[in-house]
Ligand binder design. Structure first.
Ligand code: SF4
Ligand code: SF4
Length: 580
């Protein structure tokens, strides 16, 4: 079953591998530079959600489903985890129940009631002499950890349901099987636990405290005017409100006095839990009962606690709440209610058999990222894996990509950058704020007839005129495309000089335009020569034209004279004939 409890927003995931680094079981796959949570490997500890600086990890939101239950007229009953006083500003359970009712819940009770029942079951186990070591199973992350990564210890898991499931069963027994039970708590793993095959159908939806806080904000006006009313006729926990704290389960089960402290081990925090499970697997610890909580400091430090207060402030708030709401009775009612409920469950191995690479396959993967000798295996952890070999194994399993190796990618990028700088035909000179040369590339060495080793660290003025650089440095303004001649080097250049503010450096890109300049001047000379020649031709043409025009003018005048004379002659002859 795909649970989709945690998804990743592709737009937000920025390829930083922070989630991989913090995932205790490396259940995050990186494909195309994007992180993905692999359901079959994930234990839902929520660390990747907390650690992602880009908020790319999203927890499945079940608020919509719960609102739909309410809108459809279902009887929806809330089971609220005992860590709520650490985060919501309420002074009594009744205040919390009234808020939940204002949101539309039919009823509400504390999950700590289920915790009382579970503790009774633990007492039975111990009394019956169940052979240790017994691992408590109230924390679903620890249960997931054992099922997926320590299958050899499954037989050590106490075959008892969690307080959430015990309470849901109790609520359905008392309110009717047709009600919808919504668990509300600080834990992401509960969303997966509700869908676990062996307890499926008990809890109908799971909200985190964050989802509840968002809902309360949304309905702020309805919640603000809520009347806290009379104390409800509900089951109230007797001593189990301390369940969210390390040692709370054992205290509630009255086992502190029954067992020698050497036999009872309480651990909180993922690393300590894993260390203890490793030791249990090796058979090197002899305790009898092991209370384990994945979150450091217990559930009050769960992954979905919507508050900024410190762990110790939350602890303080919870302890004050417990003190101010002491119950003197109720234990017998809970005991009676628990009598008719099945509090047992089973567990199944869910370990994923990962393909194992051979030594030569690991070497091949390491070599592909330049790690050809053991000295080149830096084991820096930047990729998220504790060693280069572990990362190579992850690449083999398709969980990681070779280019997640940051030192390798950086040196590759640097060598590519150096390659570009060294092969560009433009001269590049970098100077510091004292105008001493920091870098000079091959093209610039050639242009100015120097060698990097000789001039690095020396004043720029020993190589070229540094006045433009000094001007850029003083004015913190770039100089763009300035033509500069270096007669001593027979060079004409086009220079762009930039100020690099973050580093207080000046960078010059010098383009050798000597050849273009020569060509330009040659063209200029040819152009002028052509113009001169053209002018000469024009002048000559003009002269010829004028001469032709002169000749044409003379002959035209002569023709005109001759014709006039001819006309006169003709006219004179006609007159003479008329007289005769
Ligand atoms: S929830 Fe925990 S186990 Fe799952 S991917 Fe995130 S860090 Fe890993
Ligand atoms: S310690 Fe509590 S909040 Fe944390 S994972 Fe376990 S049950 Fe959830």
């Amino acid at each position: 079953m795909i649970l989709d409890v945690i998804s990743v927003s592709k737009a937000n995931c920025k390829n930083c591998y922070r989630c991989v680094r913090h995932c205790p079981v490396k259940a995050i796959k990186v494909v195309g530079g994007q992180a993905e949570v692999v359901d079959s490997l994930c234990i839902y500890c929520g660390r990747c959600v907390i650690e992602c600086p880009q908020n790319a990890k999203k927890i499945r939101n079940d608020l919509h489903a719960v609102k739909e239950f309410i809108n459809a007229g279902e009887k929806v009953v809330a089971s609220i985890a005992p860590s709520y006083p650490a985060v919501f500003d309420v002074t009594s359970p009744q205040e919390m129940f009234s808020i939940l009712k204002a949101l539309g819940f039919y009823g509400a009770e504390e999950t700590a009631v289920g915790a009382e029942m579970v503790s009774m079951e633990y007492q039975h186990l111990i009394k019956k002499g169940q052979k240790g070591p017994i691992i408590t199973t109230a924390c679903p992350v620890v249960k997931n950890l054992v099922e997926k990564y320590y299958p050899g210890l499954i037989r050590n898991l106490a075959p008892v349901v969690s307080p959430m499931v015990a309470h849901a069963r109790s609520l359905k027994q008392r309110y009717g099987l047709d009600i919808k039970v919504v668990f509300i708590g600080p834990c992401i793993a509960k969303k997966a636990e509700a869908l676990d095959r062996s307890v499926l159908g008990n809890v109908d939806a799971v909200l985190t405290f964050q989802e509840l806080a968002d809902w309360i904000d949304e309905k702020a006006s309805a919640v603000a005017g809520v009347d806290f009313g009379e104390r409800e006729n509900v089951l109230e926990p007797f001593i189990a409100r301390s369940y969210p704290l390390p040692g709370g389960l054992l205290k509630t089960s009255s086992m502190e006095d029954d067992l020698l402290s050497r036999e009872v081990v309480v651990v909180d925090g993922m690393e300590d839990c894993m260390e203890l499970l490793d030791a249990l697997e090796r058979g090197s610890v002899s305790g009898r009962l092991f209370e384990m909580m994945a979150c450091r400091g217990g559930c009050i430090n769960g992954p979905s606690m919507p508050c900024d207060s410190s762990l110790y402030e939350r602890r303080e708030r919870l302890l004050s709440f417990i003190e101010n709401n002491q119950q003197q009775q109720g234990y017998e009612d809970i005991k009676a209610s628990a009598a008719g409920i099945d509090l047992r469950r089973s567990f199944e191995p869910k370990a994923f058999k990962a393909p194992r690479p051979t030594e030569s396959e690991i070497r091949e993967i390491l070599a592909s990222i330049g790690k050809t000798t053991p000295e080149k295996e830096l084991n820096c952890g930047a990729c998220g894996y504790p060693s280069c070999r572990k990362k190579a194994e992850a690449v083999y399993r398709g969980m990681a990509e070779p280019d997640m190796c940051i030192p390798y990618m950086r040196s590759r990028a640097e060598s590519l950058a150096n390659l570009i700088i060294d092969h560009t035909p433009n001269g590049i000179i970098l100077v510091d704020s004292n105008l001493n040369i920091k870098e000079i590339n091959r093209a610039a060495e050639k242009m100015f007839g120097v060698e990097k080793e000789q001039v690095q660290g020396k004043p720029l003025s020993t190589v070229i005129d540094d006045r433009d650089f000094a001007w850029v440095l003083a004015n913190k303004t770039n100089l763009q495309d300035k033509k500069v001649n270096y007669p001593r080097n027979f060079l004409t250049t086009l220079q762009t000089i930039c100020y690099i503010e973050e580093e207080d450096l000046v960078l010059a890109i010098i383009q050798d335009i000597t050849e273009q300049e020569k060509q330009r001047m040659e063209l200029e000379r040819v152009r002028e020569e052509t113009l001169e020649k053209a002018q000469e031709v024009i002048n000559r043409q003009m002269r010829v034209a004028q001469e032709i025009a002169g000749l044409l003018g003379e002959t035209t005048a002569e023709s005109k004279m001759l014709l006039l004379k001819l006309i006169e002659l003709v006219k004179g002859r006609e007159e003479n004939e008329g007289l005769c």
